[in-house]
Design a protein around this ligand. Structure first.
Ligand SMILES: [Zn+2]
Length: 197
């Protein structure tokens, strides 16, 4: 495991303020994606964000194990601890991809035990797992193998529902936000299949 030093220990009051702001931002994101957010909603959410008294450095560097991590909490913590200070120790994906991310970490760690994570996020509907090797001495062959692992994870995410983990495919919201979802999760979120061009 890479050593990241002492992680910030937020107070209970800080965590309560973080959760309130996160739910505010999540609601704004959902409103933007499904087209229900009005300009006033967005202005209001930004105003609350700008006026919040959150210590962002503490926020970025603390561990943000997702509330829905369940049995995956320990494995996710291992991944979050690989993230360097300043990058933000959280995953920006939904729970359906947690097993895929954990499998990706295991494969990468088998090649480079102390590799570092920059970001794990969804982009254009699929997984991006950004990492860097533990040192410049890691050979080209290992680097190529690590790239193949993260490319493979991206391809696997394109057929895995980000919400529930079952087989999924690319869907879009009314505002054309892309997300890989199964039919029932798409229905629940108001997404529809994206037709190939
Ligand atoms: Zn689903």
């Amino acid at each position: 495991m890479p050593s990241v030093g002492d992680l910030p220990k937020p107070t209970d009051a800080e965590i309560i303020r973080w959760r309130a702001l996160e739910s505010d931002v999540a609601a704004m994101g959902e409103g933007l994606r499904n087209g229900s957010a009005t300009p006033d909603d967005v202005d209001g959410a930004f105003a609350r964000l700008m006026s919040s008294d959150i210590d962002w450095k503490t926020y970025r560097n603390a561990l943000h194990i997702p509330a829905d991590a369940g049995e995956h909490a320990g494995a996710i913590e291992v991944i979050l601890r690989r993230i360097s200070d300043g990058w933000g120790r959280w995953l920006s994906v939904d729970a359906g991809w947690y097993p895929l991310i954990i499998a990706t970490d295991a494969l990468l760690a088998a090649l480079d035990t102390d590799y570092a994570v920059h970001q794990v996020k969804e982009k254009f509907g699929t997984l991006r797992y950004y990492y860097r090797p533990s040192s410049e001495d890691v050979g080209h062959e290992t680097l190529d193998a690590m790239d193949a692992i993260t490319d493979g994870a991206e391809r696997a995410s394109a057929v895995t529902c980000e919400r529930c983990g079952t087989t999924g495919f690319l869907q879009h919201s009314p505002r054309r936000w892309m997300k890989t979802l199964c039919a029932s999760c798409a229905d629940a979120l108001g997404y529809v299949p994206t037709q190939p061009n």
